[in-house]
Design a protein around this ligand. Structure first.
Ligand code: GLN
Length: 305
C-alpha cells in the first residue's frame, strides 16, 4: 500500500470523481425526516491494519438503518446460538426488496426470510437477551458502541419517532411473522426495538471500525471467528438486497447498506470501510457510495472472488 498521505490524496480524487453519480439517486423519503438529508454529502473512512484513510464528510452523522442488521444477527448468534438463529431465519437471498412481503399464498416459513431483510431482522430481535425490549435496544446500542469503539453513539429520537409513526409496512411484516407463529412477542414492543436500533446515529469512521472488527484483521474479543464468517457470508449474498449479485461482481466484498446513505464494507482479514452518501438507487443502496467502493476495490484489488 502507498504511504498514508499518498493514498489519502488518491482517496480524495476517487471520492470527488464519484460525486457525479449523486444525481442518479435520491434521498429515502418513506419518512419525512430522511427526505430532508443533504444529498451532496459524501464521505469515506478506511481502516486497515496499519493505517487509516479518510476524506470528505466522514464525520457527519446519519442513521445506521439497515446496517444494524448484521449487528442484530451477531448479537442473536452470541445470545442464542447458531441453531436458534437458523431455526428462525433462512440464509438464502430473496432477490426481492428489503421490505418485501411473501406474495404467494403459501404459509410463511423461516426459510423464506433472511437476516438482512426487514422480516428477518425483526424476527431476530426476539433472540436478543433482555427482559424488556428497551433492554434489548440498549444492548444493541452498547454493542454498536463497543464495535465502533465510540461511547458517544446515541439514538436519533426524531428518526425513531418518525419510523414508529409511519412504519406500517414493518408493522404488517411483524404481524405476519406473528400470524405464522414464527414469533409470539408483543409486536409493538418488538418494533420499538427494531425502530430504535435502526435510528442509531453513526459516521463513516464508526462503520469502518465495525467492519474492521467483522473483518477479523486482529484477534478481537468481541466477535469470534465463526460468527464473523457466518455474518460475512450472509452479507456477501444478501447485504445489498436485490442488488447483491451486481455488488459482488463490481466490488466483491461483504457489505451492508442502509437507507440513511451509509454502506459498511468488510474486507476479510484486511480492512473495514465506511462510506456515506444519502442519494439512493431504487433498491435503497447509496449510488455514489457503491461507486466509491467499486473504485477502491479495483485500485486495491479487494475483491475476494
Ligand atoms: N428503517 C428502515 C426500514 O425498516 C431500514 C431499511 C433500510 O435501511 N433498508 O424500512
Amino acid at each position: 500500500m502507498n504511504n498514508l498521505s499518498d493514498f489519502n490524496c488518491e482517496l480524495a480524487f476517487i471520492t470527488d470523481e464519484c460525486r457525479k453519480y449523486i444525481k442518479y439517486g435520491k434521498a429515502a423519503d418513506y419518512i419525512p425526516v430522511l427526505a430532508k438529508a443533504d444529498v451532496n454529502k459524501l464521505g469515506v473512512y478506511i481502516i486497515s491494519k496499519d493505517n487509516e484513510y479518510f476524506y470528505g464528510d466522514y464525520d457527519d452523522l446519519f442513521t445506521i438503518q439497515s446496517i444494524i442488521k448484521p449487528l442484530i444477527l451477531l448479537l442473536a448468534l452470541q445470545d442464542a446460538g447458531v441453531e436458534r438463529v437458523r431455526s428462525l431465519v433462512g440464509v438464502e437471498a430473496t432477490g426481492k426488496p428489503f421490505d418485501t412481503f411473501n406474495y404467494t399464498d403459501l404459509a410463511l416459513k423461516s426459510e423464506h426470510i433472511n437476516p438482512m431483510i426487514n422480516a428477518g431482522a425483526i424476527a431476530l430481535c426476539t433472540l436478543i437477551k433482555g427482559s424488556t425490549f428497551q433492554e434489548k435496544t440498549n444492548r444493541l446500542l452498547d454493542f454498536t458502541r463497543k464495535l465502533a469503539k465510540n461511547d458517544s453513539i446515541e439514538i436519533d429520537t426524531t428518526v425513531y419517532l418518525s419510523e414508529k409513526a409511519t412504519g406500517n409496512k414493518n408493522r404488517a411484516l411483524a404481524y405476519m411473522l406473528n400470524a405464522y407463529k414464527m414469533i409470539n412477542e408483543d409486536v409493538e414492543e418488538l418494533l420499538d426495538c427494531y425502530f430504535g436500533a435502526c435510528s442509531i446515529k453513526v459516521n463513516c469512521k464508526d462503520l469502518a471500525n465495525i467492519a474492521f472488527a467483522l473483518a477479523h484483521c486482529l484477534p478481537n474479543e468481541i466477535i469470534n471467528e465463526d460468527d464473523a464468517r457466518f455474518v460475512n457470508a450472509i452479507l456477501s449474498t444478501c447485504g445489498m438486497y436485490d442488488g447483491s449479485g451486481e455488488f459482488a461482481l463490481n466490488v466483491g466484498v461483504p457489505a451492508k447498506s442502509g437507507v440513511g446513505g451509509g454502506i459498511m464494507a468488510v474486507v476479510p482479514f484486511r480492512m473495514g470501510i465506511g462510506v456515506f452518501s444519502p442519494a439512493l438507487d431504487e433498491k435503497g443502496n447509496s449510488v455514489a457510495g457503491k461507486k466509491i467502493l467499486e473504485t477502491i476495490s479495483k485500485k486495491m484489488q479487494l475483491s475476494i472472488f
